[in-house]
Design a protein around this ligand. Structure first.
Ligand code: UTP
Length: 293
C-alpha cells in the first residue's frame, strides 16, 4: 500500500435540511465564509496536503458546485477588459487547483453511500475523505488533512480526525473509544454514535476528515441501513474495526460546520474578524451590538 495520499473524496450531495430554506436551490457547500464558498476551503485544504486528484460527490440541483470550479470565459474577459487583474488571477487559480472529477449520488442514502460512490475512483490507493460542508482551520502550518496524511504514513492504517468537544455537547457527535498511542494519536477500540454524556467513552468527536484504506468499501457494501434509514459511515467504520487496526488523531485545529445555521453565523464572525480590510470596522460594529445584549 502506498504511503502518500494523492486522492480525496468530498461528499457534497446531501440535502442540507439543517439549512433550509436556503438550501432549497443552493448547495450548502457553496455557503460563503466571507467571500469564499466552504467547498473551496475544503479543496484547498486537500491540495495543500499534496492531494492532486479529487472526486466531488454531487446530486441533483448541485451543478453550481461544478460551475464554481470551472473556467468562466465571459466573466474572465470582462475582468481582463476592466483591468481587474488580481481578481482575474484569483478566479483562474480556482480552476487550476487540482484535477477535479464529479460523480452523481443517484439516491441520497447517506454519507456512507456517498463514500461508496468513490470506489472505482479510489482503486487500490489510500484516500482522504473531507466533508464538503465543513471547514477545518488548522492551528499549525499543516492542514488537518496534512496532519492525517502524516499520521497515516506512520501507522499505515485508517486515521480519523478527532476534536475535543465539551461533554454537554458530546451527544451530537460520533465519539471515539480508544487508548492513547502517541502524543495526539489513539488506537481505536470503538466508535460510539451520539452517546449520552454519562456514557461517552471520551470527549473526542469525529471531525469531518478521514484517511481510509480501500477496505472501507467492502465494509460499506455490507453495512445495513442505520439511523435515518441511511448507510452511516460510522457503522461501516465499526465493521472495519473488527478486521483491522484503526487510529484517531486529535487534530491541531478547529472545526466550523457550515451545514448548520449557527455554525455559519459564528464562522462568519470569526473569519470576518481575521480579514485586515474589515477587521477594525467589523470589530467596532460587534462591540456596539454587544453593548445592547
Ligand atoms: P450531513 O450529515 O450534514 O447530511 O452531511 P445532509 O443530509 O447533507 O444535511 P442535513 O443533516 O440534512 O442538514 C455531511 C456531508 O455529507 C454529504 C453532505 O453533502 C455533506 O457535505 N452527504 C450526506 C452526501 O454526499 N450524501 C448523503 O446522502 C448525505
Amino acid at each position: 500500500m502506498k504511503k502518500q495520499i494523492r486522492k480525496a473524496v468530498i461528499p457534497a450531495a446531501g440535502f442540507g435540511t439543517r439549512f433550509l430554506p436556503f438550501t432549497k436551490a443552493v448547495p450548502k457547500e457553496l455557503v460563503p465564509l466571507v467571500d469564499k464558498p466552504v467547498i473551496q476551503y475544503v479543496v484547498e485544504e486537500a491540495v495543500a496536503a499534496g492531494i492532486d486528484q479529487i472526486l466531488i460527490v454531487t446530486s441533483s440541483g448541485k451543478n453550481a458546485i461544478q460551475d464554481h470550479f470551472n473556467r468562466t470565459g465571459d466573466l474572465e474577459r470582462r475582468l481582463e477588459e476592466t483591468g481587474k487583474t488580481a481578481l482575474l488571477e484569483e478566479l483562474r487559480a480556482i480552476s487550476s487547483l487540482a484535477d477535479i472529477h464529479y460523480i452523481y449520488q443517484q439516491e441520497l442514502n447517506g454519507l456512507g453511500d456517498a463514500v461508496l460512490c468513490a470506489k472505482s475512483f479510489v482503486g487500490d490507493d489510500p484516500f482522504a475523505v473531507l466533508l464538503g460542508d465543513t471547514v477545518l482551520d488548522s492551528s499549525t502550518d499543516v492542514t488537518v488533512t496534512g496532519q492525517l496524511a502524516a499520521a497515516y504514513a506512520e501507522v499505515e492504517s485508517p486515521v480519523t480526525a478527532l476534536e475535543p468537544v465539551p461533554m454537554e455537547r458530546i451527544s451530537r457527535y460520533g465519539v471515539m473509544d480508544g487508548e492513547q498511542a502517541g502524543e495526539a494519536l489513539y488506537k481505536v477500540r470503538g466508535w460510539i454514535e451520539k452517546p449520552a454524556p454519562e456514557e461517552a467513552p471520551s470527549n473526542l468527536a469525529i471531525a469531518s476528515r478521514y484517511v481510509f484504506t480501500p477496505d472501507i468499501f467492502a465494509a460499506l457494501a455490507r453495512t445495513p441501513r442505520g439511523k435515518g434509514n441511511e448507510i452511516q459511515l460510522t457503522d461501516a467504520m465499526r465493521l472495519l474495526l473488527a478486521e483491522r487496526a484503526m487510529y484517531g488523531l486529535r487534530i491541531a485545529g478547529k472545526r466550523y460546520d457550515l451545514g448548520s445555521k449557527l455554525g455559519f453565523l459564528t464562522g462568519t464572525v470569526e473569519f470576518g474578524l481575521r480579514r485586515p480590510e474589515f477587521r477594525e470596522a467589523f470589530a467596532a460594529f460587534l462591540k456596539e451590538i454587544a453593548r445592547g445584549l
